[in-house]
Design a protein around this ligand. Structure first.
Ligand SMILES: [Zn+2]
Length: 134
């Protein structure tokens, strides 16, 4: 009955349709399981040493001030060198996967709206292989 309308693109933003679960689904959860922060950073040539979680050599500034911690089941990278190019020294600036991708690719991690992912979140899900274009 709605056949006439099927050829017409709905006005909803494309981002809503990017992941099978939809925005608010588990796209980011699955992406983090597949490509956690340490693996993601290593894929950009910014490997953190395994087995050491604090005071290791920062892959950005090479100072022994970086940390990779698990908090609430997620990994966070922070460098305690105020001059570090990662910019993670400032409060609430630690990288999760989405912030890291946003930093590396120059994408916003805050431009998502209710029902939509941010540009950085989409880029991350693409890298993790959980994003499906429709
Ligand atoms: Zn650093």
């Amino acid at each position: 009955m709605n056949e006439l309308h099927e050829g017409k693109r709905p006005s909803e933003p494309r981002k809503v349709f990017g992941y099978p679960g939809g925005a608010g689904g588990d796209g980011l959860v699955e992406a983090r399981q597949r490509l956690p922060l340490d693996k993601l950073m290593a894929s950009y040539g910014l490997a953190c040493p395994t087995g050491r979680k604090t005071d290791f050599v920062c892959p950005f500034c090479k100072k022994k001030k970086a940390s990779l911690r698990e908090h609430n089941g997620r990994l966070w990278f922070k460098c305690f060198n105020p001059g570090c190019s990662s910019g993670t020294y400032a409060p609430h600036s630690a990288f999760d996967e989405v912030r890291f991708i946003g930093f590396k690719l120059g994408l916003s991690h805050t431009n998502g709206r209710p029902g939509q992912y941010s540009d950085a979140a989409i880029a991350f899900m693409k890298e993790a292989g959980v994003w499906q274009e429709r």
